[in-house]
Design a protein around this ligand. Structure first.
Ligand code: SAJ
Length: 456
């Protein structure tokens, strides 16, 4: 039986939204971490104990681990026992995954790898990419034997995919408590990587093969995307029937086996709006439902803009207060945010139609407008009170502080509430059944009763 040495040093490549909190959790378990990033500003910040990203409790936790020397940061990989790749995997123009960062990170660590090392890909990757990582290592290092898919020989380097599954805003807790999927390129890679995660994860570490782990991660995010698309479609259906979608979904969710998500202005962030394409681009027609859901959700921002323009067309609107820009509530992250897309598109449409309407944006998590909105005509970043004083209100992100705004503050205004924050207002204003929808007999009865009650 091979006796392995303990995990003393872990090299984390990519000090971003996943790499940084992961480094902290590993360091807290007593393992030394060498954080590697090509961005010198990020490296300088971490060295100084400053956290370059917004995440609850991360700044203090990072500062503590840097101060006690457990985490160091540099631009070049160092020797270690475990190598974690946590770099972005965006998609190219044709919705195909772009593995350039994963490849560059793999080739960068190859020169320092030694027999017995673990190489773990945490980045979200398309099916088959862990196999490519093994090939890239062998390309660079003819002296090392990597596993092949399902191989049963003992490799020099253990290679596995262990997708991150944490929710931004809850990272430090979820990194420890969530179950993990460990997809080994061969069984011994899986076992070795499972032993590593068990050092700092209290959730269960489920063993599988690399391809299953890759598709598992993509399926989790696609499941959520499809469910949100269903909620968005339901919201449209509810509008048709003059029903409040929030009430409907809350009631349906009382069924023990129903869990519908919430409609909104679209799906943002760089996971759920991206990952389903990794499946669609690989299997085409076999992923019809996943693709359709993606279209439904990506159409959403334009739909919101059309609703606002309808209100504008009704007249009397000189200013629109837009509430929120982040991709979801209570975070500062504006990446792939549907709210930003809505405001940018709205500004463009108003400009094209020659309307001179001020767009007042309130976003408590930022100090300046993102580049997509800088220079957009009529768009200003304002405080909450100024936005509330607008003629029309567009609720885009249900930040806690926005949810505290009483419905009475917006009562007399034109409101487009994409998050159901003022649901009670919507319910109060829900039109009674229109006479036009009653049948002729009912109309006649109502008229007869009215006539009777008027007669002396
Ligand atoms: N959204 C809705 N309605 C909902 C829930 C979300 O419109 O009912 C929108 C949000 O406003 C946001 C987007 O969807 O724009 C995504 O937000 P999210 O909270 O659903 O997910 P993310 O992108 O922050 O994190 C997801 C998580 N995946 C799942 O919950 C299956 C997280 O666990 C993953 O680690 C992360 O993607 C990732 O990195 O892949």
């Amino acid at each position: 039986m091979t006796v392995h040495k303990p995990f003393e040093t872990c090299v984390v490549v990519g000090l971003g939204y996943i790499g940084l909190p992961t480094s902290v959790v590993i360091a807290r378990a007593g393992i030394n971490v060498v954080g590697v990033d090509i961005n010198t500003r990020t490296v300088d910040a971490v060295r100084a104990g400053r956290c370059p990203i917004e995440e609850p409790h991360l700044p203090e936790a990072l500062a503590a681990q840097v101060a006690n020397g457990r985490i160091i940061a540099q631009t070049m990989p160092a020797l270690g026992d475990v190598f974690i790749i946590a770099v972005p995997t965006p998609f190219t123009g044709g919705y195909k995954p772009d593995l350039a960062y994963v490849e560059a990170a793999t080739r960068a660590i190859a020169p320092v790898l030694r027999p017995g090392n673990l190489v773990i890909v945490e980045s979200t990757i398309p099916v088959g990419a862990t196999e490519l990582v093994a090939r890239w290592i062998e390309d660079e290092r003819g002296d090392l034997i990597c596993p092949q898919r399902g191989s049963d020989f003992e490799p020099d380097i253990y290679v596995a995919h262990c997708p991150e599954r944490v929710l931004p805003g809850q990272m430090l807790r979820e990194l420890v408590e969530n179950d993990r999927i460990v997809g080994g390129l061969c069984p011994s890679s899986g076992q070795r990587v499972q032993e590593f995660y068990q050092q700092f994860v209290s959730g269960r570490c489920h063993l599988t093969d690399a391809r299953t782990a890759e598709l598992c991660k993509l399926s989790e995010n696609s499941f959520r995307d499809v469910n949100i698309a269903f909620a968005n479609e339901l919201a449209d259906i509810c509008e048709e029937f003059e029903i409040d979608a929030g009430e409907l979904i809350a009631l349906a969710n009382h069924h023990p086996r129903v869990k519908i998500l919430q409609p909104g202005p679209g799906v943002g962030g760089h996971c759920i709006a991206v990952d389903p394409w990794f499946i669609v681009s690989a299997v085409g027609e076999k992923a019809r439902l996943i693709r359709e859901a993606r279209w439904i959700n990506s159409e959403r921002p334009r739909q919101v803009v059309r609703k606002v323009l309808d209100k504008v067309a009704a007249g009397g609107i000189r200013s629109i207060g837009c509430f929120g820009l982040s991709y979801k509530p209570d975070v500062d992250d504006l990446r792939e945010s549907p709210a930003v897309e809505v405001v940018a598109h709205l500004a463009k449409e108003l400009y094209l139609s020659g309307e001179d309407i001020e767009i007042r944006v309130v976003e408590p998590y930022i100090d300046e407008l993102p580049k997509e909105l800088r220079g957009a005509r009529g768009v200003r970043l304002v405080d909450q009170e100024c936005a509330l004083a607008s003629d029309a209100i567009l609720m885009l992100v249900n930040h806690k502080q926005f949810c505290e705004i009483p419905a009475s503050r917006v009562e007399r205004k034109a409101v487009v509430d994409t998050r159901g924050v003022w649901r009670s207002r919507a319910l109060a204003q829900r039109p009674r059944v229109k006479l036009a929808t009653l049948n002729a007999r009912s109309e006649a009865r109502i008229a007869a009763r009215a006539a009777a009650s008027l007669s002396p």
